[in-house]
Design a protein around this ligand. Structure first.
Ligand code: SF4
Ligand code: SF4
Length: 386
């Protein structure tokens, strides 16, 4: 395992961090993929990561990640609190609510959190988080009281992360990125404001869709080629821990080169990740991908979140068909209709990939129309099983 500085915090973290979603027990409808591990197994899986050099463990408040926070607290006592870095988060935007959330987290953990994130900050809540008396002010106060050590912003949106990067109260940022959705990482690399902050990356496997199409070491090594502090990988089995953390220990020689795109890693050198075009060419064997890297430079004045729609399109073909259709069904008809009546089409000039955005919107709408019975069929199949 290799280690990196966490921005200007003075902490050093393992390049691969342990995401605790898969070890949780509890009813978490938005997180369908976890393994329902009992406490003993969960602790053993976390311990396996520790034995391979992991010192960064990321969780979220109960019940957002089920009981993962409680299990992590027990693990911290088992291995020694000072030997791991705990990253925690809660989806509260008001200062008072965030303050109470952190106190609850500390109780669940039985200790303090090293980093505490305002989780999933979006455009709707951004100003509330950053304004006086908002969640960031609460984290600042909690730092002074010694209840947390560092404050963070976690978001899927580049502009919000950039705002966090420019805010002195923020020490660490958490965003998403992988070899397909790398536009945000490309932009971050060029932006000086990010240099002093720690940066943790999640969704490196794209919700589990990219392993199998690309070797794990290519996915992880590719994201680590960016100036980030650590990649967070959700881990629920010994095998997953070994696959994510073992390749560094083993020198990465086991590369299956499934994509044929990654360059051989030479002893002591970083792997050069496949280019975006090479990644697309692997996916083209399965479907016609939209060449969107989610850079988020496009803006629709009518409110269509273009990059999110294109993401659901990709995820439909990569295996999350039911979930993608469900999300697309919420607004694609309206979005596609707006594109048909849009005269100026300003989004076209904003896209560096020169994607014919309005045309692609029609294609996504057709996809949803063609599969509109799928959700019902899926539900019917479930009813038969039960
Ligand atoms: S073409 Fe569509 S996505 Fe682009 S600006 Fe117009 S309505 Fe928005
Ligand atoms: S459509 Fe173009 S500008 Fe918009 S996120 Fe995708 S690549 Fe970036």
């Amino acid at each position: 395992m290799k280690y990196r500085k966490l921005g200007d915090t003075g902490l050093t973290v393992s390049e691969i961090g342990f995401g605790t979603i898969p070890i949780l027990q509890g009813s978490v409808p938005v997180l369908p993929e976890y393994f329902n591990l009992d406490e003993e197994t969960a602790l053993a899986v976390m311990e396996r990561g520790f034995s391979l050099g992991c010192n960064l463990y990321d969780t979220a408040i109960v019940p957002e990640y089920g009981d993962a926070e409680i299990k992590l607290g027990k693990f911290a006592r088992l291995v020694g609190r000072e030997r791991i870095v705990i990253s925690d988060k809660a989806r509260f935007y008001d200062g008072g609510e965030m303050y109470k959330a952190v106190e609850a987290s500390c109780e669940n953990l039985g200790t303090f959190a090293d980093i505490y994130f305002v989780h999933q900050v979006d455009g709707e809540h951004e100003d509330e988080v950053f304004q006086k008396g908002g969640a960031l002010d609460a984290l600042e106060e909690l730092k002074k009281e010694g209840k947390i050590r560092f404050a963070g912003i976690a978001s899927h949106y580049y502009d919000i992360l950039l705002r966090g990067a420019k805010d002195a109260r923020v020490d660490v940022l958490q965003g998403s990125g992988n070899l397909l959705e790398r536009g945000m990482l490309d932009r971050m690399r060029e932006e000086e404001a990010f240099r002093k902050k720690g940066f943790l990356v999640n969704k490196v496997y794209a919700a589990g869709l990219l392993p199998g199409r690309f070797p794990v070491r290519t996915l992880i090594g590719g994201v680590l080629s960016y100036p980030v502090s650590s990649v967070l990988i959700g881990l629920g089995t010994m095998e997953q821990v070994g696959a994510a953390m073992g390749w560094e220990a083993g020198g990465g020689k086991e590369c299956a080169a499934a994509c044929g795109a990654c360059r051989e890693e030479r002893e002591g050198e970083r792997m050069e990740p496949p280019s975006f075009e090479e990644v697309l060419s692997v996916l083209e064997k399965e479907y016609r991908p939209i060449p969107c890297d989610r850079c988020q430079r496009c803006r629709c004045p009518y409110g269509t979140e273009i990059h999110t729609i294109f993401r659901q399109y990709q995820y439909f073909f990569l295996g999350k068909d039911y979930w993608a259709l469900k999300k697309l069904g919420l607004g694609i008809r309206e979005s596609a209709a707006r594109c048909r009546s849009c005269l100026r089409m300003p989004c076209l000039d904003m896209c560096p990939k020169k994607i014919r955005i309005p045309d692609e919107m029609q294609r996504v709408e057709k996809l949803v129309k063609d599969h509109s019975g799928m959700g019902q069929a899926w539900r019917a199949a479930c009813m038969e099983v039960f």
